[in-house]
Design a protein. Structure first.
Length: 187
């Protein structure tokens, strides 16, 4: 019996399954790491230090951030899965490495801002994340354009987050030294 299919070439179904396998690892991993970073830093409106800061007029309500970040982390995971799936693509290694660099920066931003109260430093980190992410998107586009498209909402959000971070920094020059009054005596 003669098989007419070329040897060593995967079917479309096998290729889709391979991508799905990558996505089943990357998406939950990135969402979980983002959740962990935010939780460890006590991110958001529930943070007493953050609640004491003056906020810019463009500050969205608190519920927007977990919704936006969950969606963005899902898109990041899908974009990474596309690139991981593109085995043998030229530039794939450096694209993945830069993705990881920006992801580490992303995960460090919340502790820097919310836990350490380093608002100016968090802004500089955010600028660095944006630059590395923009280069990553460019590299992703050279490998698989859809992966770069998946990063566009993230780049837009980073721009908005940068504006918020800058305005909070300007409105709160004493942010690192803001002390939240305690209603309980600690012994």
């Amino acid at each position: 019996m003669k098989d007419n299919a070329p040897q060593g070439i995967a079917s479309q179904a096998q290729l889709r399954l391979s991508y799905v396998r990558w996505a089943l690892v990357t998406v939950p991993s990135i969402v979980f790491l983002g959740f962990l970073s935010g939780r460890a830093a006590n991110s958001g409106y529930g943070n007493p230090w953050f609640a004491a800061l003056e906020k810019p007029a463009i500050m969205p309500p608190g519920w927007v951030f977990p919704v936006a970040w969950t969606a963005l982390y899902i898109l990041l995971g899908l974009a990474l899965a596309v690139i991981l799936h593109a085995r043998g693509a030229r530039g794939r290694g450096i694209a993945i490495a830069l993705f990881m660099v920006q992801m580490i920066g992303n995960l460090l931003w919340s502790p820097l801002f919310f836990r350490l109260h380093m608002v100016t430093e968090a802004l500089w980190l955010l600028i660095g994340i944006f630059v590395v992410s923009a280069i990553t998107a460019w590299l992703f586009a050279r490998i698989r354009p859809v992966a770069a498209i998946l990063l566009l909402p993230y780049l837009l959000w980073l721009t908005f987050a940068g504006v918020l971070n800058y305005q909070i920094d300007q409105l709160n020059p004493d942010a690192p030294t803001v002390v939240v009054p305690s209603f309980k005596t600690r012994i």
